[in-house]
Design a protein around this ligand. Sequence first.
Ligand code: CO8
Length: 264
Amino acid sequence: MGFVKYETEGAVGIITIDRPAALNALNSEVLGDLEAAVDAVDTNAVRALIITGSGEKSFVAGADIGEMSTLTKSEGEAFGKKGNDIFRKIETLPIPVIAAVNGFALGGGCELSLSCDIRICSENAMFGQPEVGLGITPGFGGTQRLARTIGVGMAKQLIYTAKNIKADEAYRIGLVNSVYPAESLMDEAKKLASIIAANAPIAVRACKKAINDGLQTDMDSAIVIEEKLFGSCFESYDQTEGMANFLRKKDDPAKVKQVAFKNE
Ligand code: CO8
């Protein structure tokens, strides 16, 4: 995985796109390495994943323009599929994924962040979909996920104008959940990941699936998806112990403590 690093800190995994000389732009090799890193995540041991970029300037400055510049129609479609397949894998990973956006998140970089469950960013972050200025559409899910994340009108404005926006505007329109000074971004990402990782993993996974699958369907079907996932949590160690822990408080509040959830 030459262009992508993967490490773990306890139950938190960290994937770092590591091609700083090209501001972490995604060429075929980087995409292949990213897929290998995602495949390497042991989702039984790791309970939350962070994706970030190396260096102080860029999360991912987009798909590699040099590589794309000579593609034929069918090669362009295949390149789009390659990126889409990997981003969909990230989106459907059973555990929550946090994008720690540490600079430019342009084109494919913005789209990578959109395939994550949660986006937080540094004050120097910059988001945008510059594709129409390059003669193409967003091709790694941007036309679909941006509209689903920030609403159709704002997504169309960003995509049609190809204008980049800074961190404060990204926060204002709900593209990111929080903005931090660059030097504290990773600590904050790890803190957030650790809070998620300390909660009942079967339930957290079920929440992710319920939200993601439910958003793709009508409300009647979505509610059934929730009912089934809700039911699936019962009789697990995490549910029985999680609820017993709460009930112990009735006898003695001092007995209530953070449950060591077991993912079983
Ligand atoms: N592709 C390839 N190389 C890049 C990219 C990129 N997207 N972005 C930056 N680089 C390279 C530069 O060429 C430069 O390399 P070198 O030092 O060898 O000349 C190096 O990174 C540093 O970049 P700059 O010197 O330009 O740094 P600046 O700080 O001056 O500017 C910017 C930073 C503003 C981020 C600028 O580099 C830039 O505008 N980059 C392009 C951003 C962009 O347009 N991204 C969208 C690309 S399109 C896309 O992502 C579509 C996704 C869907 C694909 C579907 C496939 C069919």
